[in-house]
Write a protein that binds this ligand. Sequence first.
Ligand SMILES: NC(=O)c1ccc[n+]([C@@H]2O[C@H](COP(=O)([O-])OP(=O)(O)OC[C@H]3O[C@@H](n4cnc5c(N)ncnc54)[C@H](OP(=O)(O)O)[C@@H]3O)[C@@H](O)[C@H]2O)c1
Length: 314
Amino acid sequence: MAGKKILLTGATGYIGGTVLSTLLNSEAESITGAAISVLVRGEHQAGVLKDKGLTTIDFKGFGDDDALREAASEHDVVINTASGFEDGFAASLIRGLAERKNALGVDVHYIHTSGTTNYANSPTLNLYPGYNADLVSDKATAQVVSTLRHLNEQTPYAQRTTDLAVLSVGKETGVRTHIITMPMLFGFGTGFFRKLTGQLPILMGEALREKQMWIVGDGTGVKQHVHIEDGAAVYELVLRRVFEGLEVPSGEEGVIFVENGEHRWNEAGEAIAEVGRRLGVLDTEQVRRLSLEEAGKALGIEDINYVEAAYAST
Ligand SMILES: NC(=O)c1ccc[n+]([C@@H]2O[C@H](COP(=O)([O-])OP(=O)(O)OC[C@H]3O[C@@H](n4cnc5c(N)ncnc54)[C@H](OP(=O)(O)O)[C@@H]3O)[C@@H](O)[C@H]2O)c1
């Protein structure tokens, strides 16, 4: 749609880079006609993105509130893929969009990136007694948001706190918010910078170093997953619907889960071990089981709750 302006954060990252290339390659007229700006820090990154024809806006980091508000106030849609863990960052971007809405009376949208670790159970640490992660569904949005609040009251988690901030600042300002909640991502990103994500590639790197695959705990936790390009297609879909004036759920209704399959950690660990052994890069098909503490130490993660949520939960 001619004249629409999109601001993307995280363009140098795994998700943001893939979202960017998806939008640049989009065949939807409503997207090809829009102008894309990217918020970046660093001259090298800005140079590469400028060469691709993008407008780059410099900022100093997540706490650069004035620059963030000003940048957002010049766009109709902000897609934030830089971090789901920074509530102040998200709030500044939404407040900037609100300035545009109030000044010009136009419809503005904030598309946020979050993750399913927000809803992870806690089989080992038992942080959430009685909680059943299998029952969470974006078809029951009121229950999703009450789950976010309920779990965060028991154990605060920055990615949940940020989702809740997005919902409350969106409601307060009248900016329509859409929270895209990613599961475990896999596959090579298609952006201009980071092409790999964490979790499985990190465990593969550990396995290559130790010549043996390991997972955390008993491996019975179930992870939903999606290929990064399929995940990025969801941003394109939401954006198209916004630009084409079609209904897109927003606010508390607009917490959107993305997945097209699931696996247990056991299955992933055993498959990696089997392939690694076949390729001759691992010494054995046996998969070691590490405790949360052992895994935290190996991965350099101090927050044991996060180790459980990211590597040993459903
Ligand atoms: N990857 C996954 O599997 C996954 C799954 C579920 C949810 N998520 C959510 O998606 C978010 C992004 O994931 P990702 O895998 O795309 O991350 P990533 O590849 O590490 O990319 C992070 C992006 O944020 C920017 N950034 C990092 N620290 C910054 C700072 N202090 N100030 C300003 N910009 C900063 C980076 O820019 P520079 O190049 O300047 O560092 C980069 O563009 C995560 O925070 C998480 O909430 C990810």
